[in-house]
Write a protein that binds this ligand. Structure first.
Ligand SMILES: Nc1ncnc2c1ncn2[C@@H]1O[C@H](COP(=O)(O)OP(=O)(O)OP(=O)(O)O)[C@@H](O)[C@H]1O
Ligand SMILES: [Mg+2]
Length: 262
């Protein structure tokens, strides 16, 4: 599915790379969470996968394979074909990606028609259906709403609906829930897990919340200063790992570590 082989990402030749020797193998339908302190390189890894590093950033070593093809060798045309359909992305603030003066429906129809061969009516129906699947109950009403009429949680769900409409093989999510309250966060995570079950989508998600990562992931990767410091399944991270940094992150989660000393 996705195989990242020993990549190093650099923004500036003279300084230490932002990410060094990062490898990851993601199977179909697997959920992998990247955790680690600010600046540890999580976003850089996700942006490298989606071929969208800031201009100064380059993968100077290693390779990234998606379904056996090197994503680093994808042309703009290749990306056009897979982005939004086979590989899609949920952002931290989906509302910021929307046009404030156009309805959700007009933007969703445009998005669906840009990525697939649908009439306006078919695209509308597909949009309504998808919004209802992410539990925005009155899909028609939602389609006719403007972004400012929706709460933050609703906008994030619209973001998931966009990202999932073509049942991508790979979903990349950079802190998709960190702007939400705990209840909405939990609902959104359940939604993503449900879609993974229904569509077999693999998910790579960044989160600062190790408890959340442990709850939803098959595989957790802990990063610090551009390197992987620990990795494994939930049981490994929660109970087996002897890594100091992992333990420190765990002790910062009250419900898991039981104390607040970080
Ligand atoms: N556009 C850029 N230009 C130069 N350096 C950058 C750029 N983006 C990121 N970096 C550097 O890459 C490193 C990793 O940053 P990255 O954004 O990947 O971290 P992160 O783990 O996502 O952090 P956060 O949790 O704060 O989002 C940092 O040292 C940062 O300074
Ligand atoms: Mg980041």
């Amino acid at each position: 599915m996705l195989e990242i082989q020993n990549i190093t990402i650099s923004f500036n030749k003279s300084s230490k790379p932002a990410v060094e020797n990062f490898s990851l193998y993601v199977k179909p339908g697997e959920i992998c969470c990247l955790v680690g302190e600010s600046g540890s390189g999580k976003t850089s890894v996700i942006r490298a996968i989606q071929g969208n590093l800031p201009v100064q950033g380059t993968v100077i070593q290693g390779d990234i394979f998606f379904e056996g093809q090197s994503l680093l060798r994808y042309t703009a045309n290749d990306w056009q074909k897979v982005r939004g359909t086979e590989i899609s992305m949920i952002f931290q603030d989906s509302g910021a990606m929307m046009n404030p003066i156009r309805t959700i429906g007009s933007q969703f129809v445009e998005y669906i028609r840009a990525h697939g061969d649908y009439t306006r009516k078919e695209a509308w129906g597909k949009g309504v259906q998808m919004l209802e699947r992410v539990r925005l109950h009155d899909g028609e009403h939602m389609m006719n709403s403007y972004p400012f009429q929706l709460s933050g949680g609703m906008k994030q769900r619209v973001g998931i609906a966009f990202a999932m409409v073509f049942q991508p093989k790979l979903l990349l999510a950079d802190e998709p829930t960190s702007a939400l309250d705990v209840t909405t966060q939990a609902q959104m995570i359940r939604q993503m897990m449900k879609l993974r079950e229904e569509c077999g989508t693999s998910i790579i998600m960044i989160t600062h919340n190790l408890a959340l990562a442990a709850y939803m992931s098959d595989h957790i990767v802990v990063m610090k200063k551009g390197e992987i410091t620990d990795s494994g399944d939930r049981n490994h991270i929660l109970h087996i790992s002897q890594d100091d940094y992992t333990k420190k992150l765990l002790s910062a989660v009250p419900s898991l570590g039981g104390h607040y000393d970080v």
